[in-house]
Every structure is written in structure tokens, then in C-alpha cells.
Design a protein around this ligand. Structure first.
Ligand SMILES: [Ca+2]
Length: 338
């Protein structure tokens, strides 16, 4: 007498392993059941992460995690098949070696975050790096007690976001190069608390000393000129930092807007006595304006000779900001911006 072994017919479910990205919509993935006359049953170890619906679609994507889905084709649950599902945050794919293209040299980047008002290091700031504004997170770090963050990034252009309570979120470009990166030193401006604007000047190694100048109408009549030698004018504005050793930031806070024209200028104090200098043009200077209505403006120094860069004007009645971006020569700090 021969015993009959009940050998299950060949069948499989494909794919057997699925790794997908977290999404804000449900992902429905068709499964292929190979074999004849089958109507498999499915059970998921973690239905919040993934399950198979009545129509045989894998449903997943709304929650990060792993799920093992068991499938069988008989009531006795013999001859099981398994489907492994992993749902990952998009950043996991952005960083995983399997998903990276050859992006060139890896750079160890050290950056810093400082307070625009006193240039002191800011600890506990969350720095987030992406390839594009809406792209997945490539790297994320919190600044240490000395306001520094460190990360490994491939050479290339990134966008950063830096945030911490009571400060305006900072956004900007980060250019990572083995020969020397730029944009990694981030300046955060405290929230405005009723002030009109904060104007933050940053630049490169040279010239050593650029100066911020703001002119405008006084509320009671007449005009004011805030710069390093008059760093506070009540109800008008104040210069918080006079940086004389490269990079900045130098920050002017505007207190009020009254009828009249305000003008903000940058003076190349180092080269003030030159009538041919291109030092300011080559300084990499940028001016960021954080405005009371939430708007932000960024101005980049024109590539023209000059020791004064007249950056923008504000119409005190309408609040409108108009770019000037004019370069001229001026040796006397007291005459800048006239
Ligand atoms: Ca200065």
C-alpha cells in the first residue's frame, strides 16, 4: 500500500517584499497571485502599516513601520506565503546608499547658528537640510552648546531651514564644496514683537569692516541716521552689532514707520578712502529684511565698483519696499546714504 502525500499545488504571491515611502495618501499596490484556481486569504501582523483589501490590493503608505502579511489558500492554512512590507520616511530613501546616485565627494560640513542681535551662538536650533524646498530631509542636526552643527553631505546645492522657539525661521541656500562651502553659518533673528523690521547684513572674509546705515524721518520731525556712531535713536531704530572683523552679522532693527522715505545702505569702511575699489562688490554681502507682515527680502550686492551700496528704500506711508541696488563712492561715514 502506498501512502499519498498531499503535495500543495505550486503558487506564489508577487512581489514578496515591498519597501515604500510614507505618503499623505493611501497607496494601493496590485498583487500578482501565480497558480490556478486560487483565492488566497490574507492576514497582516500590523494592519495600520499594511493590509490586503477585499479586491486583493495591498493598501499601505500612511504609517511608518513593518508588516508581515501571511497568505494561505486553504482553510487549513497549509502552504503559507509571506509578503514583507516596510514603510519608511522619505528621508530614509534620500540617505540610503541603495537609493543614492553617484553624487560626488562627501564633505564633512561644520556650520554655526548665531543670534542676529548679538552674534552669540545659539544652542538647540534644529537645522534641516534638503535638496529642494519641498524635498525629503537629507540631514538634520540640533546645534550644540557652542551653536555648531556637523553633518556629512555630498557636494552640491542644498536648502536649509533653521528653527527654534522665539526666533523667525531662517531659510537659505547652502553650497557644499570640498574646497570650501558657503551658507553654512546661519543667522537667526528674534521675533519682531511689534517692531517694523529687522535688517541683517552678512558678508565674507573681506573686507573686514562693512557698516549698516539707516536713514529716515523722525516721528516728531526731522531725520535720523542710525549707524555705528549713533547706534540708537528712540522710536526710529538701533544698530545691535557693529562687526569689524568679517562676516557679520550687523543688524539694524526699525522701531516704527512714519510718513517719509527710509533708506538702508551698506558702507565699505575698510576701503572708504578708495575711489576705484571693488572690495564691496567682491564681499559676497547679502542683506536680509524680516518685515512686520511676515515678508522676507534678500538683496545681493551688485558686481560693480563702489564703497557704498544703497540697498533699498521704504515708503513710510505705504510700507512698500523698493530695491535700489545702486553703487557709489563715499569716504565719510556721516554722508552715507544721502
Ligand atoms: Ca561694521
Amino acid at each position: 500500500m502506498t501512502e499519498q502525500l498531499d503535495i500543495p499545488a505550486y503558487w506564489e504571491i508577487y512581489p514578496q517584499s515591498i519597501r515604500l515611502s510614507l505618503s499623505y495618501f493611501e497607496q494601493r499596490i496590485p498583487l500578482s497571485v501565480r497558480g490556478s484556481g486560487l483565492n488566497p486569504q490574507f492576514i497582516s501582523s500590523n494592519p495600520a502599516v499594511a493590509y490586503v483589501d477585499d479586491e486583493g490590493f495591498l493598501v499601505s503608505g500612511l504609517q511608518i513601520g513593518n508588516a508581515m502579511i501571511m497568505a494561505w489558500s486553504s482553510d487549513a492554512r497549509q502552504s503559507l506565503r509571506h509578503l514583507n512590507v516596510e514603510v519608511r520616511d522619505p528621508s530614509w530613501f534620500a540617505n540610503h546608499p541603495d537609493f543614492l546616485l553617484d553624487l560626488g565627494t562627501s564633505v564633512h560640513l561644520v556650520g554655526s547658528v548665531v543670534d542676529a542681535l548679538n552674534a552669540r551662538p545659539l544652542a538647540g536650533v534644529l537645522v534641516t537640510i534638503r535638496r529642494s524646498e519641498e524635498g525629503p530631509i537629507v540631514a538634520q542636526q540640533i546645534t550644540d552648546a557652542s551653536g555648531q552643527y556637523e553633518m556629512e553631505l555630498f557636494e552640491g546645492l542644498y536648502v536649509y531651514e533653521a528653527s527654534t522657539p522665539n526666533y523667525i525661521d531662517a531659510h537659505g541656500l547652502l553650497n557644499v564644496l570640498e574646497s570650501g562651502s558657503s551658507g553654512q553659518n546661519i543667522v537667526l533673528s528674534p521675533e519682531l514683537n511689534g517692531q517694523v523690521a529687522r535688517i541683517v547684513l552678512q558678508w565674507g572674509l573681506n573686507p573686514r569692516d562693512l557698516d549698516s546705515h539707516l536713514r529716515g524721518p523722525r516721528p516728531g520731525g526731522g531725520t535720523f541716521h542710525v549707524y555705528y556712531s549713533t547706534d540708537y535713536v528712540q522710536d526710529c531704530g538701533e544698530l545691535d552689532v557693529d562687526d569689524t572683523s568679517s562676516y557679520g552679522p550687523e543688524t539694524i532693527t526699525m522701531h516704527r514707520l512714519v510718513a517719509g522715505t527710509y533708506r538702508y545702505s551698506v558702507h565699505d569702511y575698510t576701503n572708504r578712502n578708495s575711489s576705484t575699489s571693488t572690495g564691496l562688490a567682491g564681499s559676497g554681502a547679502t542683506v536680509k529684511v524680516f518685515y512686520y507682515d511676515g515678508r522676507e527680502y534678500t538683496f545681493n550686492v551688485p558686481n560693480q565698483p563702489g564703497t557704498v551700496w544703497n540697498v533699498f528704500e521704504i515708503n513710510g506711508t505705504t510700507g512698500a519696499i523698493t530695491a535700489l541696488n545702486q553703487m557709489e563712492f563715499e569716504s565719510n561715514p556721516g554722508s552715507v546714504g544721502i
